[in-house]
Design a protein. Structure first.
Length: 110
């Protein structure tokens, strides 16, 4: 299984962040869009997306700023995600660490 970054790669490297209150967008987005805003997507390539194979949303909608509150939530929940392959979890953990660093979220700053 291969992890695929969905969306604009450049946006992942130069993320902008929001301090707005966080609420998961799962119920308001299509499966396709929900998977675009999630850190983890283990849907098979080329098949229709299902929300049950995406986890840890960090944006309210595709193209929106990354939510700092969502990053904190993802940090607390990443080890609780069920069904995701270990490769997907480890890549998501690395991406989460990078985003937290960019956002100034850490042990001494949080």
């Amino acid at each position: 299984m291969k992890l695929v970054l969905v969306g604009d790669k450049e946006a992942y490297f130069k993320a902008s962040f929001s301090d707005a209150p966080w609420s998961s967008p799962e119920s308001s987005l299509s499966a396709e869009d929900f998977c675009k805003v999630a850190l983890m997507d283990w849907n098979p390539k080329g098949q229709e997306k299902i929300k049950q194979k995406c986890a840890l949303p960090i944006r309210s909608k595709p193209g929106a700023k990354v939510s700092k509150a969502a990053l904190r939530n993802a940090s607390a929940r990443i080890n609780q995600v069920k069904g995701a392959p270990s490769e997907v979890k480890s890549k998501a953990a690395a991406r989460l660490a990078s985003l937290k660093k960019q956002a100034g979220i850490g042990e001494d700053k949080d």
